[in-house]
Design a protein around this ligand. Structure first.
Ligand code: NAP
Ligand code: MG
Length: 475
């Protein structure tokens, strides 16, 4: 099916682009063109910003109850579009149908319903005796999102902004624009006030850059690479715009010596298999006790067999990478790892056997990795694991923190005291102990160069608010 979506959604309407440039969207599993989008212009962006500014006075004054109802209606309508959302993400990202449902579809749904729940409990006015604190919508927000989670990152930002009464302009990634089109249709259907949601498709260098430097935008929330995050922060500084950045990581998974080897190996391997390793919070450095080396490596090799690579429509667990560009990047890191002298336990460069069409890559595990190697320091964003050995828990903690990143950390084992010690020593915004379940009310974001700010739940709502102090507020 060809999807030709050449319009932007501005001020409650689908409108033609003021420019004529378009870009093709490719299915990474088939390398076929599956549609086209318009590459918006600065003029399109200006129109969207004006619409959002016009919407601001009324939208920011809607009641909490009105916004809770709106978010609940969005969650319901999102559920009505379930099959289409799953199909679309599988087509544009190459994500296996099961992952498109259980991960991508569900994360978007959870963010909208969680925002409604968090908003119900959120207090916008607090009496502190000598003063009253009022939290008000920050103004107009610009949202720039990457391709790896087409509904997760868009939904968490939009849900939080709507909860806070902030009108938005969204620029999704060019590689995966179609899930965002469905979101726009959902907001249109449930009657999100005109101008509160605007979608402008286009390139990072025109629309993304335009958002971060626009004087009519008060706040930019970005998820993507560190290099782009840096540009956005520089641009935003010219108008003293607040920025929130979610920039990825090189997260450690510390396996303790009392861990069940099979379970821990499976947990490790799932990090590089899920979404083909294109996950900002994935553990990509597995730290194992030296004494466990042989046994653990064999267990990982075996565990990987349960994550077959292939056609995302045929029940495989690992689909292709999103694009030829991403495939090339991942290949160069695999080659780099071999050059650096790491041991290739499984995988390697090139395409998996029998998968010549599509941007498939072999899930790859490097052992005997030194944490100073490039493959242990840089975010690869593909199914590549580095395995590092340690002798003491102190050393494991030191290696875990020897990185510019701090998005996530993981610890696997039994002794409660050691689990607590490692969990509290990892310098990262999110640490998961064993197979703890997801919690959408929990803050998500990074320490160090993994970013600035927190998304999800009440922390997500806070990002789109300004705090006002009122002295002598008549009660
Ligand atoms: P990227 O360039 O940072 O793209 C993310 C978003 O930013 C896209 O919407 C992109 O637009 C936009 N953008 C690009 N240049 C911009 C600019 N100058 N100003 C404002 N916005 C701009 O990331 P990528 O090139 O797709 O991926 C490169 C690497 O980033 C990956 O290999 C991975 O390591 C990392 N990454 C991290 C995450 C994460 O979740 N933290 C997500 C994706 C990628 P276009 O769609 O037009 O490019
Ligand atoms: Mg890009």
């Amino acid at each position: 099916m060809m999807r030709n979506y050449l319009k932007h959604y501005i001020n409650g309407e689908w409108v033609d682009s003021t420019g004529s440039e378009t870009e093709v969207v490719v299915n990474p599993a088939t390398e076929e063109v599956i549609g086209n989008i318009s590459l918006g212009t600065k003029e399109d962006l200006d129109k969207a910003v004006q619409a959002a500014r016009d919407a601001f006075p009324a939208f920011s004054q809607t009641t909490k109850e009105e916004r809770v109802e709106m978010l609940e209606n969005i969650a319901k309508e999102y559920e009505n579009r379930k099959d289409e959302i799953i199909e679309t993400i599988t087509d544009e990202l190459g994500s296996p149908l099961e992952i498109s449902e259980k991960v991508h579809f569900m994360m978007g749904y959870n963010h909208f319903s969680q925002a409604a729940e968090s908003l119900k409990k959120f207090s916008f006015t607090e009496d502190h005796g000598g003063h009253t604190r009022v939290k008000e919508s920050i103004g107009v927000s610009g949202l720039i999102t990457p391709w790896n989670f087409p509904t997760n990152q868009t939904s968490t930002k939009i849900a939080s902004a709507f909860a806070a009464g902030s009108p938005v302009i969204l620029k999704p990634a060019e590689q995966t624009p179609f899930a965002a089109i469905i979101l726009a249709e959902i907001f249109d259907k449930v009657g999100v006030p005109k101008g509160a949601f605007n979608l402008v498709n286009g390139s990072g260098s025109v629309i993304g850059d335009g958002i971060s430097s626009h004087p009519g935008i008060d706040f930019v929330s970005f998820t993507g690479s560190g290099a782009t995050g840096e540009k956005i922060m520089k641009n935003a500084s010219e108008t003293i715009k607040k920025v929130a950045l979610e920039l990825g990581g090189k997260s450690p998974l510390v396996i303790l010596d009392d861990a069940n080897v099979e379970d821990a190996a499976k947990a490790a391997v799932s990090h590089i298999a899920t979404n083909s390793g294109q996950v900002c919070s994935a553990a990509t450095r597995t730290l194992i006790p030296s004494s466990m080396k042989e046994e653990f490596e064999q267990a990982m090799k075996k565990a990987l067999e349960d994550f077959p690579v292939g056609d995302p429509r045929e029940g495989n667990y690992v689909g292709p990478l999103v694009s030829k560009k991403q495939w090339d990047t991942v290949q160069s890191y695999i080659e780099k790892g071999m050059e650096e002298g790491a041991t290739l336990l499984v995988g390697g460069s090139g395409k998996p056997e029998g998968l010549d069409l599509g941007y498939y890559t072999k899930p790859t595990i490097f052992t005997d990795v030194d944490n100073q190697m490039v493959i242990a320091q840089e975010e690869i964003f593909g199914p590549v694991m580095t395995v590092i050995t340690y002798d003491t828990v102190e050393e494991a903690i030191q290696i875990s923190n020897d990185t510019i990143y701090g998005l996530a950390g993981y610890v696997y084992g039994k002794d409660p005291e050691t689990l607590r010690k490692v969990a509290s020593s990892i310098r990262a915004g999110r640490v998961k102990v064993n197979d703890a379940e997801a919690d959408f009310s929990s803050p998500f974001g990074g320490f160090k160069q993994s970013g600035i700010g927190r998304e999800w739940g009440d922390f997500g709502i806070e990002e789109y608010l300004e705090v006002k102090t009122i002295l002598g507020y008549p009660s």
